[in-house]
Design a binder for this molecule. Structure first.
Ligand SMILES: Cc1cc2nc3c(=O)[nH]c(=O)nc-3n(C[C@H](O)[C@H](O)[C@H](O)COP(=O)(O)OP(=O)(O)OC[C@H]3O[C@@H](n4cnc5c(N)ncnc54)[C@H](O)[C@@H]3O)c2cc1C
Length: 349
């Protein structure tokens, strides 16, 4: 067997609230999990789209913000030591002849598992691309490579000593200006207006670097990229007023926010209805052996796209998945309040 294949009981695609709670339900039944998400943090929509907004319909929590719910779920699953693989997109699934599935990511990692749980929500979060003609010619699919257009920074070292242009006015753009400036040959920030959505302290730090001459700030929009045979050499800024300016750069990082796309899930041969995976309501299984779908990604009669529905689905899924992972064992239903066995797994003293 090839060296870079990880074996585990369950792979969960998606570290949104439902994927996180699935770790807990599977863990109570002794199933080990690896969790893969394209975002750089757990929490799915709660952490990415509304971290500070209060949610009012989580049972037993009269009010909890998206980020607080994520933090609580992370604390709840900690006893089960799940392994997170963030910043990775699951690109393909392959059925193994001996049973189970092989999952491959865009970082070419492979995971062999007995059970697959798709908790992919509204799909994978993907970067919004700026409307620059011909940008595709300079896009780098692997952000560990230097030069070109990148929509994420996975390895800062790859950008060391480069002329970097960052475009955007939110937290990601400003955070990367501040983090990459010390290792860059030159750092330029381009934003369409002289006001920023990012945290005020980041904006203040960036402006201080501009005053020190360490960051160049241009108010305008990147209108074109220049280079030869896919090798980036410059970015043209169209300022609000005056003539366009050509910036020398070998790295261009546009941070224009994220959008949700179904992505590769559509290509896995699952029974889809309007881009959602059809499941039964007894065990939340798909039409493929040992693949379950829970949370916003699934559909069944009466489905409500609520976090609490996903939690219920995770519990029923786990009880069925147990029979697939441990075919020779009998599952006894237990409460966490009264089962010392479950409490031991949770580390209750
Ligand atoms: C503004 C807003 C307010 C909301 N308010 C409420 C509320 O008050 N109450 C409520 O119950 N619900 C609310 N919701 C809905 C709730 O957020 C969703 O029901 C919930 O997030 C679904 O959880 P999930 O884990 O199924 O999916 P998600 O939260 O969407 O997480 C799915 C994860 O899977 C990842 N993923 C997908 N495909 C791949 C792939 N191929 N490879 C790697 N990773 C992948 C994504 O990056 C994502 O992180 C709200 C939603 C929004 C947008």
């Amino acid at each position: 067997m090839a060296k870079n294949i990880t074996e585990t009981d369950v792979v969960i695609i998606g570290a949104g609230p439902v994927g996180l709670f699935a770790i807990f339900e599977l863990g109570l039944l002794d199933m080990k999990t690896h969790v893969i998400d394209i975002l750089d943090k757990p929490g799915g929509q709660c952490a990415e789209l509304y971290p500070e907004k209060p949610i009012y319909d989580i049972p037993g929590m009269p009010e909890v913000s998206g980020q607080q719910l994520t933090d609580q779920l992370m604390a709840q699953v900690a006893p089960f030591n799940p392994v997170f693989h963030l910043n990775r997109m699951v690109t393909s699934l392959e059925k193994l002849s001996e049973g189970g599935w092989r999952v491959t990511t865009d970082e070419a990692e492979m995971f062999d598992c007995k059970v697959m749980v798709i908790a992919a929500g509204g799909g994978s979060f993907q970067p919004k691309k700026p409307p620059i003609p011909g940008i595709e010619a300079y896009e780098q699919s692997d952000s560990r490579n230097g030069t070109g257009v990148h929509y994420a920074v996975r390895k800062m070292e790859a950008f060391k000593g480069c002329d970097i242009v960052i475009s955007g006015g939110g937290d990601s753009a400003l955070d990367w200006v501040l983090s990459l400036q010390p290792i860059a040959k030159s750092m330029t920030l381009v934003h369409r207006r002289d006001a920023f959505r990012a945290a005020p302290q980041s904006v203040n730090k960036m402006r201080a670097l501009v005053d020190e001459g360490k960051v160049n700030l241009h108010i305008g929009q990147i209108s074109a990229l220049t280079g030869d045979r896919g090798v980036l050499a410059g970015a043209m800024v169209k300022p609000k007023e005056g003539a366009p300016v050509l910036l020398i750069c070998d790295i261009f990082l546009p941070f224009f926010g994220l959008t949700m796309k179904l992505g590769p899930v559509a290509d896995w041969g699952l029974n889809l209805h309007e881009n959602l995976i059809k499941v039964d309501t007894e065990k939340f299984a798909t039409d493929q052996d040992d693949i379950y779908a829970i949370g916003d990604i699934n559909t069944y009669p009466g489905k409500l796209k609520l976090i609490l529905s996903g939690f219920h689905e995770a519990a029923l899924m786990a009880h069925h998945a147990f029979k697939r992972v441990y075919p020779d064992q009998k599952l006894t239903f237990q409460y966490t309040t009264s089962s010392t066995k479950l409490q031991k797994k949770l580390g209750v003293k």
